[in-house]
Design a protein around this ligand. Structure first.
Ligand code: NAX
Length: 328
């Protein structure tokens, strides 16, 4: 039996958490022969509900689930964690923009960053899902003294998956036929789903979907506003698709990226593509070994793309400015 991988999940009693835990425990995250420990973190008042989820996890008798701990104590929750999925925060409600959440949620991530630095395993990697996820990841990273910056990620995979699904539907192909789709910038309504470099079965999307007007003025805003559209339709924010994207993100970072392709995830910029170093921005990423990753270089950025990317980066910079007191 392999040594279990320890996964800490914050917001474990929330709607994304409820979907996520069972898939991690069933092997969807690390494969069918890899045992896992789950360390579930919630605020005190959600612990009774979390206890119910723990009972259900036990009732599944998952062969791969070695240990489950539920706690409100951050050091206990992140103890020995190889992966931390930071989902817990206050979700966006109807009519709320992500900027409204900055002040409310930012403070959660200072304490979590510090606790990760104190208690997690040496190889800890952190995926932030809770919004505003880029800036929350920045806050956690800057407060996790001693943990390398390249261990922090914020989730834009749901946006990538949404964009691929929309292009596939328009072209009458399967979403898995769409590759090289990069989400640039912030996980917000300024994000840029870059159709200009995307391929459908190896052909440029723009050769297959020749309706440029649709690409620029329907596709982009639909992807940018998809989260709001789901809230409007469901009366609650995306949950199963978000959970699925979190699984996809981690799997993409722990398995080699298919040749010629890339994946979208927000990482600490090294200055590539003129994105200021030190901010957490989404860009095209590859991993060759499932451990280290790199920014894919040489992706063509047209003037149209550059304008969109710059707008989203400006938003990230203003978010960073708004939380500067939380950055150690
Ligand atoms: P829920 O409100 O259902 O669950 C959030 C949970 O977090 C609650 O159980 C709450 O008690 C817990 N929590 C709050 N503060 C905490 C803290 N300090 N420590 C530990 N737990 C804490 O929200 P849910 O629908 O699960 O969404 C979670 C987060 O994901 C939200 O911030 C949401 O905006 C964000 N999303 C991010 C997406 C992305 O693509 N990056 C897409 C989906 C989702 O909107």
């Amino acid at each position: 039996m392999k040594t279990p991988i320890t996964v800490s999940v914050t917001g474990a009693a929330g709607q994304i958490g409820y979907a996520l835990l069972f898939r991690i425990a069933s092997g969807a995250l690390f494969g069918p022969d890899q045992p896992v420990n789950l360390r579930l973190i919630e605020i005190e008042k959600a612990l009774p509900a979390l206890e119910g989820t723990v009972m259900e996890l036990k009732d599944c008798a998952f062969p791969l689930l070695s240990e489950v701990v539920a706690t409100a104590d951050l050091d206990e929750g992140f103890k020995g964690a190889n992966w931390a999925l930071l989902v817990g925060s206050v979700p966006r409600g109807p009519g709320m923009e992500r900027n409204d959440l900055l002040g409310i949620n930012g403070k959660i991530f200072t304490g979590q960053g510090e606790a990760i630095a104190r208690s997690a395993a040496e190889d800890i990697r952190v995926l932030v899902v809770g919004n505003p996820c880029n800036t929350n990841a920045l806050i956690a990273m800057r407060n996790a003294s001693g943990v390398p910056n390249d261990r922090f990620f914020a989730m834009t995979r749901l946006d990538e998956n949404r964009a691929k699904a929309q292009l596939a539907e328009k072209a009458g192909v399967h979403s898995s036929d769409v590759t090289n789709l990069c989400i640039w910038g912030n996980h917000s309504s300024t994000q840029y789903p870059d159709f200009t470099t995307a391929l459908i079965n190896g052909q440029p999307v723009t050769d297959i979907i020749t309706d440029r007007e649709w690409l620029e003025n329907t596709f982009i805003p639909d992807v940018q506003q998809r989260g709001a559209a789901i809230i409007k339709a469901r009366g609650a924010s995306s949950a199963a698709s978000a959970e699925n994207a979190a699984i996809d993100t981690v799997r993409s970072l722990v398995t080699p990226t298919p040749a010629g392709d890339w994946t979208s995830v927000a990482v600490c910029s090294d200055g590539s593509y003129g994105i200021p170093a030190g901010i957490i921005a989404s860009m095209p990423i590859r991993t060759e070994d499932g451990k280290s990753w790199s920014v894919v270089q040489g992706v063509e950025v047209s003037a149209f793309s550059q304008e969109k990317i710059s707008g989203s980066i400006a938003e990230l910079q203003s978010e960073m400015d708004a939380v500067k007191d939380l950055l150690a």
